[in-house]
Design a protein around this ligand. Structure first.
Ligand code: CP
Length: 305
């Protein structure tokens, strides 16, 4: 039985297989419509979500399966003090596969030790978000066509941004990748990510607090929101929340083939006027999430079509 807690739980070859299946699903959706008949996905979300939860549910429904779950801790028995271990021991008897989001780093790993069915980490605190990274990789493949020899700019909250941490882990496995880390001092990439995925691998990187200075160098600009829910005081959040705002003027500094990605939700960090720029790929990106999650469900349930 396989779990996906970290993006590195999947090899580069397995990610290629998932992308191939996702592409086949996009081209031939009817081929997959009964693939997971009588299978149940549980979405156990102890933290808010729009894209991840609903795309997982849409994915399972589009495979002919069923879904159950909860969308906030308050409507589960966690509100009465039940542990993650007990919740999972029970829910793994009700479902064939579980996608779980939790505010505590490491909670899905704990869950995997108490589950009799595959656990997918759908985001754990400021740690990792592997299925967002699968979404990002499918987007990059479609928008740019390759993973190697790319200059990837990551901008905003690199400290708490779990999507950033997982994407860096994934991209660090491709040759010729360079990272440009754009953040305020207080929101710099944490050392557990920088050391393991960049420094230990001798990957070229630049750290800066100026988006304008590096715009013209980038193949990908991965924008992120400042993660309000991870701050200990509101004053710091208010001071940092608008550190970077991507505008039409800043887009003029970028190359014609650059792509803007964002895991969403957006707050203020991309002006809505940028949405009309063909280089703005973030809504297309959100759509890819459903298809790569369909491919992942098939893989973890060992269903072949
Ligand atoms: N990208 C992402 O995780 O979005 P949600 O929080 O809406 O699931």
């Amino acid at each position: 039985m396989r779990n996906v807690i970290n993006i590195l739980d999947l090899s580069v070859e397995e990610i290629e297989e998932l992308i191939a299946v996702a592409d086949d699903i996009i081209a031939n959706p009817q081929k997959y419509q009964d693939a997971c008949q009588h299978k149940i996905l549980a979405t156990l979300f102890f933290e808010p979500s729009t894209r991840t939860r609903l795309s997982f549910e849409s994915a399972m429904l589009s495979l002919g399966g069923n879904v159950l779950g909860f969308s906030e801790a308050a409507s589960s028995s966690a509100a009465k003090g039940e542990s993650v271990a007990d919740t999972i021991a029970v829910c793994s008897g009700y479902a064939d596969i579980i996608a779980m989001r939790h505010p505590k780093e490491g909670a899905p790993l704990v869950a995997s030790a108490h589950s009799s069915v595959p656990i997918i980490n759908a985001g754990d605190g400021g740690h990792y978000h592997p299925t967002q990274t699968l979404t990002d990789l499918l987007t990059i493949r479609h928008e740019i066509g390759r993973f190697d020899n790319l200059t990837v700019g990551l901008c905003g909250d690199l400290k708490f941004g779990r999507t950033v941490h997982s994407l860096i882990g994934a991209m660090s496995r491709y040759a010729g990748v360079k990272f440009v880390l754009i953040s305020p001092e207080e929101l710099k990439l944490p050392s557990f990510v920088k050391q393991e995925y960049i420094k230990n691998k001798d990957i070229e990187y630049v750290q800066t607090n100026s988006l304008e200075e590096v715009m013209g160098d980038l193949d990908i600009l991965y924008m992120t929101r400042v993660q309000k829910e991870r701050f200990f005081n509101e004053e710091d959040y208010l001071r940092l929340k608008d550190s970077f705002i991507l505008t039409e003027d800043k887009m003029k500094l970028a190359r014609a083939d650059m792509r803007v990605l964002h895991p969403l939700p957006r707050v203020n960090e991309i002006a809505t006027a940028v949405d009309n720029d063909p280089r703005a790929a973030y809504f297309r990106q959100a759509n890819y999430g459903k298809f790569i999650r369909m491919a992942l469900i098939l893989k973890l349930l060992e269903v072949s079509v």
